[in-house]
Design a protein around this ligand. Structure first.
Ligand code: NDP
Length: 239
């Protein structure tokens, strides 16, 4: 059997496509998100679905250790869970800011903490953080979302360097707009409408499959080769 792949945010969008694709390729998969039923209904062979909030370290550790007992140590962790709550700093609630920082930043640290030490001891393993083009440049109404994704870039780059001597790869993938439910959680209807109007200029977002291809490409390099970052967007997405 191939090695264990752990994917957060597997109940929707990019994470769900990653779970299906790694499963198709014969990997046992641990799927983590809060909505367990959706993941269970995928009926993926050799898979475990766990309803865990990525911010909850204790339950992240429990879920990953349970999967590792069954399938062996985690070879790939994809930190994909995230929320994008667009808003103007004047009007956006503190709760939305807090949620973005918690899920997008702390949420990549929990799983990392659980698997990293083992990976370093084994001199192999890969962690892929799904950031965003909003982790490289700023956009209107994105200030805290951008802040959270800039943090993902900084953490990835710094950790990548710090564990490189142990042959562990830490990678960041930064997509532009992708067709998923990500925008639906934004509560400001005017901002959502403006975003959808702007999106018409690029016709549509990327397909989730294009992000999966990037993850697969990076993961399938020999362990001695680290694709440090991939930035991908629709050709017509100028910003
Ligand atoms: P979706 O909204 O389709 O999926 C988000 C996933 O994150 C869901 O599975 C959701 O599961 C999970 N999630 C959210 N909060 C939590 C939490 N507290 N604990 C556990 N899981 C959680 O969006 P995408 O697939 O588009 O997003 C995936 C990643 O890609 C995000 O990090 C996003 O920032 C990034 N991205 C997306 C882009 C896009 O245009 N779509 C562009 C650039 C980056 P559940 O609700 O069941 O917990």
């Amino acid at each position: 059997m191939k090695k264990l792949v752990v994917i957060t945010g597997a109940s929707s969008g990019i994470g769900m496509d990653l779970a299906k694709s790694f499963s198709n390729e014969g990997h046992p998969v641990l799927m983590i998100a809060r909505r367990k039923e959706i993941m269970e209904n995928l009926n993926l062979p050799e898979s475990i679905s766990k309803s865990v909030d990525v911010v909850d370290y204790e339950n992240m550790e429990k879920a990953i250790r349970e999967a590792e007992e069954k399938y062996g140590k985690t070879d790939l962790l994809v930190n994909c869970a995230g929320v994008m709550l667009l808003g103007h700093p004047d009007t956006q609630s503190y709760e939305e800011w807090e949620r973005m920082i918690d899920v997008n930043v702390k949420g990549i640290l929990t799983g990392t903490k659980v698997v990293l030490k083992d990976m370093m001891e084994r001199n192999e393993g890969t962690i892929i953080n799904i950031s965003s083009i909003a982790g490289r440049k700023t956009f209107d109404n994105h200030s805290v979302y951008c802040g959270s994704k800039f943090a993902v870039h900084a953490i990835t780059e710094s950790m990548r360097k710090e564990v490189s001597d142990k042959n562990v790869r830490i990678i960041v993938i930064s997509p532009g707009v992708v067709e998923t439910n990500l925008l639906s959680h934004t509560t400001d209807e005017e901002i959502k409408d403006n975003y959808n109007d702007w999106k018409k200029s690029i016709e549509s977002g990327l397909d989730v499959k294009q992000i999966t291809d990037c993850v697969m490409f990076a993961y399938k390099q020999p362990q001695s080769v680290c694709v440090r970052e991939i930035v991908i967007a629709k050709t017509k997405q100028a910003d």
